[in-house]
Write a new protein. Structure first.
Length: 197
């Protein structure tokens, strides 16, 4: 496998259409960040696990699909990849998906700080990037995280993220996710339209 490189969209630019998003995701096949699976397999595993764990939450499932998009768009920056990915998909997929993508690394930092055995379950790469992402949350940061309305959902996403690194795991194919992504994109577009007079 090779290191991530920018594919499908310009680094830092919002992804504004479904075709570009899927081209970017497809371009993640064969790219890795030193994990045991490439970035596309990781995304598909994460989304598939979330479809099982949260079958009635398509926004969470799609957030799982795109949660590491920032690594594809701006490789080698673990401290900012969540924010980069969130900014890239916010306009296309809506604020909740962007919030979940942005918060998935903070959820890791929370779990490291509050669950004594959690750090032992992290991959070596995830342990290494933890320092770049700020390390375990402080007491005040823990309290802030726990006040977040999406805190419980972020922990579900984080645990799926951690589990989605199994070589050869069975997943739904990428194109199976297109209807869910298109539905979220349509809803985001509708929210952005001015109200009818």
């Amino acid at each position: 496998m090779s290191k991530p490189s920018t594919v499908g969209a310009s680094t830092g630019a919002p992804i504004t259409d479904v075709d570009t998003l899927f081209a970017t995701l497809a371009g993640a096949a064969g790219l890795d960040d030193d994990e045991d699976v490439d970035l596309l397999a990781h995304a598909l595993q994460c989304a598939t696990l979330l479809a099982i764990d949260a079958p009635d939450d398509p926004e969470l499932q799609v957030a799982g699909l795109v949660h590491d998009l920032g690594t594809v768009l701006d490789p080698g920056r673990p401290a900012t990849h969540a924010a980069t990915g969130a900014a890239a998909v916010a306009r296309l997929l809506g604020p909740r998906v962007a919030t979940l993508v942005r918060g998935h690394d903070t959820a890791k930092r929370y779990l490291v700080a509050t669950d004594a055995g959690y750090g032992d379950r992290l991959s070596e790469v995830s342990i290494t990037t933890l320092a770049a992402q700020g390390g375990p949350l402080s007491r005040s940061e823990i309290e802030t995280f726990e006040r977040n309305a999406e805190a419980a959902t972020l922990l579900v996403l984080r645990r799926a993220d951690d589990a989605a690194k199994v070589p050869g795991a069975s997943t739904r194919p990428l194109l199976d996710w297109r209807p869910a992504v298109e539905a979220l994109a349509s809803a985001a577009t509708a929210r952005g339209r001015p109200a009818a007079p």
